[in-house]
Design a protein around this ligand. Sequence first.
Ligand code: UDX
Length: 449
Amino acid sequence: MYRVSFVGLGPVGLCTAVCFATKDIAVIGSEMDTAKVKQIKSINPPFYEPNLKELLHKAIRSGNLKIVTNNEEAVLKSDITFITVGTPSNRDGSISLQYVIEASEEIGKALKKKTAVHLVAIKSTVTAGTTLNIVKPILEKNSEKKCGKDFFLCVNPEFLSEGNAIKGTFNPDYIVIGGYNEKSAETLENLYKDFHKENLPPILKTNIPTAELIKYANNTFLATKISLINTIANICEKTPGADVTKVAEAIGKDHRINPYFLNAGLGWGGSCFPKDLKAFIAYSKKLGYNPTLIQAAYKANQDQVKFTIEKVKDNLKTLKGKKIAILGLAFKPNTDDIREARSLKIISQLLKQGAIVTAYDPMATANVKKILKKRINYASSAIECLRNADCAILVTEWEEFKKLKPKDFAENMRKPILIDSRRIYDYEKFSKRLRYIAVGLGEPLKPQP
Ligand code: UDX
């Protein structure tokens, strides 16, 4: 059985490391952020992910997972090293490879001290060409060894979504292995055979640039799919009687479309879609190609926030001095992550136009407080958030919000106007007690003669 190490213990690195360790694989996780390491070692994951805490406990207690702050030690004591550091955006939207470069230098130096053949596998999202043109030369220079002969190299993108990272690691739809040569790919394939045993998912072996590109293609496809259903939602809103949820339900039955990622709303956020689309656009432009469809998907996503603000203004005339309740701050339910959350974009527009904002989220309030501080009010329950508001915007579709009744809005708000940006409420019930405006829902159809 191979021994495995991870350089970078963010959501991808830590979740994957923990899952490997629970399958009796010896794992070393290396992370430079000492505060994070302290949290991980005391079984207190630095971010929320269902089941992570329990599995982390199991992995550390069994001795299968060791946490270090030393990339060299991680490489020397393992056979395969995954690079799982972050690849944030530069100011112009292009990808920043700073952490990948630093990790590659250190791994290269450690490889110099090794006699056994080691595999380096890149899980960090990197644009096509990065591994062959940047990582490989750095590894070769620092190790003074030859790729493909003295050490192996693969690109192995991950497709984990937050809230589903553990389940997704144990049961991925597919695995992509972009191998530098046959031996590189075979080594990683063997690791996955040990990990998944009889439940081995389909493995697609490609060359390195194709594997790098697959990750961007996957995210771009999903984000564009959401932007498309949001565009259809906007057209529905202008069509009396039309309802995007019915449209999505119908077209989702076409197996060529499928029902997933067809929930219209106020756009996509999170740590991947916005960053990866920007990086993919910048990458394409660098090649002299304008990816107009991807640019349009990105622009449509920004517009969705603008349209939501317009709905509030249409109903309140002006935002100046108006009290707006924001239900939901996390970029999606079941996470405290607020990276690129639509809530922040909406709040920033509301504040700019003079509104007074009160927000409530079951998990993400503390993170928003760090950014917005006293610029908005924070409620400790949905009802408290609604109290005396002139308009409420449902931003994140938490289960808790689905339980709210029309009377909760009608009896607590100053003016019961609700903008349901995620389509969680029933029009028939809610429109009886309040002004109910929902994404993708046209004005009611007039009775036909
Ligand atoms: C995504 C990809 O799903 C994952 O494969 C990749 O590795 C990282 O990026 P994640 O960002 O965790 O994962 O969340 P996801 O569930 O994909 O949702 C992204 C955004 O799209 C959220 O803001 C969500 O609210 C929005 N969304 C999703 C919709 O608006 N409608 C949908 O139907 C689905």
